[in-house]
Design a protein around this ligand. Structure first.
Ligand SMILES: *Cc1c(COP(=O)(O)O)cnc(C)c1O
Length: 384
């Protein structure tokens, strides 16, 4: 049986796949089962920060797998402690909870906000405000947090206590806070799945101010924007704000499952023994991968991400296309239906993503300039 036939027969049909099996890759190039070569502008949806099978990353993973692949969270492990120290040192946050995905990182954020409010203001202060067009995950709680009606219909009842504000509407946000008993506010600085929409700087700062004025937990979902994607280590760092909770996942371990919920001094001891847990959370192999990723995301590397993002933006704008996003998180408005654009790019050997009706580009952060230029040439050709 072909890969496709076997998959269709035995794997649940929750993903509408392209008619292609990716079998191997190296750097920003990958190959399908017919040996066709593609330049990857997706990073596996913002995950493979250093591309496919990067040798430094692979060695960090293999060395840890040979040493200790897992033990339970009843014991300390070296990579888990080291990674937590790196994350806190580089963000100024105080403690980390490790999980395995973006949704779990956000679940933890919601638990922290609710418990902080219950401990300090009363359990009725349980509401969490998120934004319309946001995306926060697929669990029943993070679906509720996701501010898009179409995610709310099939699996009711979802977790209660979520309210949705219009992005960039400061008055609307203040009214929601005044009219409800609120625990915290959760935002993406650039909405990824919702269409690569950057929030206004004034709104981001207003979210922080409203949180401070009302003693709310200020949470930033950096699952997609984090770990260098936007040209800063975390995207909130563009705006000089200080969140109480930062959730991240996707790119953190460069291609292995990990979630991390970073907590500031204000909330870092809200969760105590038994309040939360995860069998695989802080897994040594995933943590070792993340340490190797974090150690390479230095200032020079991040400046290079910004320069590549600027290059993409300039090329596309010069060609007459409207672009959105930050750094190497790029949304492009297309006249042709985006599904046609994706198919045509693929035909010409470039893998791209969509976000709502936009074309979305999330290339590996270390994509060589030559391949980047080639991919953008093809994308512009397809778009015109
Ligand atoms: C992808 C994503 C999630 C969900 O992450 P999973 O690892 O799929 O659970 C949550 N928030 C944002 C902003 C994302 O982009």
């Amino acid at each position: 049986m072909s890969i496709k036939t076997t998959d269709e027969r035995y794997v649940a049909h929750t993903y509408k796949r392209f008619d292609t099996a990716i079998v191997k890759g190296s750097g920003c190039i990958c190959y399908d089962d017919n040996g066709k070569e593609y330049i990857d502008m997706t990073s596996g949806i913002g995950v493979n920060i250093f591309g496919y099978s990067d040798p430094v990353w692979a060695e960090a993973v293999a060395a840890q797998a040979r040493m200790l692949q897992h033990t339970s969270n009843l014991y300390y492990t070296v990579p888990c402690a080291e990674l937590a120290e790196i994350l806190c040192t580089r963000t100024g946050m105080s403690k980390v909870f490790f999980s395995n995905s973006g949704a779990e990182a956000n679940e933890c954020a919601v638990k922290v906000a609710r418990k902080y409010a219950a401990d300090n203001k009363g359990a009725e202060y349980h509401n969490i405000i998120t934004l319309k067009k946001s995306f926060h995950g697929r669990t029943l709680t993070t679906l509720a947090a996701t501010g898009q009606d179409n995610f709310h219909t099939k699996f009711t009842p979802l977790t209660e206590g979520f309210l949705y504000a219009e992005p960039n509407d400061i008055d609307g946000l203040e009214k929601l806070v005044a009219d409800n008993k609120v625990a915290g506010i959760l935002i993406e600085i650039v909405q990824g799945e919702g269409g690569v929409n950057s929030l206004d700087e004034a709104f981001i700062k207003a979210v922080e101010r409203v949180c401070r004025e009302n003693d709310l937990v200020f949470m930033v979902d950096e699952v997609q924007t984090g770990n260098g994607r936007t040209g800063k280590l975390y995207s909130y760092m563009h705006y000089g704000v200080k969140p109480d909770v930062v959730s991240t996942a996707k790119g953190l371990a460069g291609g292995l499952p990990i979630g991390a919920t970073l907590m500031s001094d204000k909330v870092c001891d809200v969760l105590g023994y038994g309040d939360h847990g995860s069998t695989f959370g802080g897994n040594p192999v995933c943590a070792a991968a993340a340490i190797s990723v974090m150690n390479r995301l230095d200032d020079a590397f991040l400046a290079d991400v910004t320069a590549k993002g600027d290059y993409i933006r300039k090329r596309l704008t010069d060609a007459g296309h409207a672009v959105s996003g930050l750094g190497l998180m790029v949304g492009v408005t297309t006249e042709k239906p985006v599904s046609e654009v994706l198919a045509a790019c693929m035909e010409k050997g470039v893998l791209c993503l969509s976000a709502k009706e936009k074309l979305r580009l999330l290339p590996p952060l270390n994509i060589p300039q030559e391949q980047l230029e080639k991919a953008i040439d093809i994308i512009i050709e397809v778009l015109s």
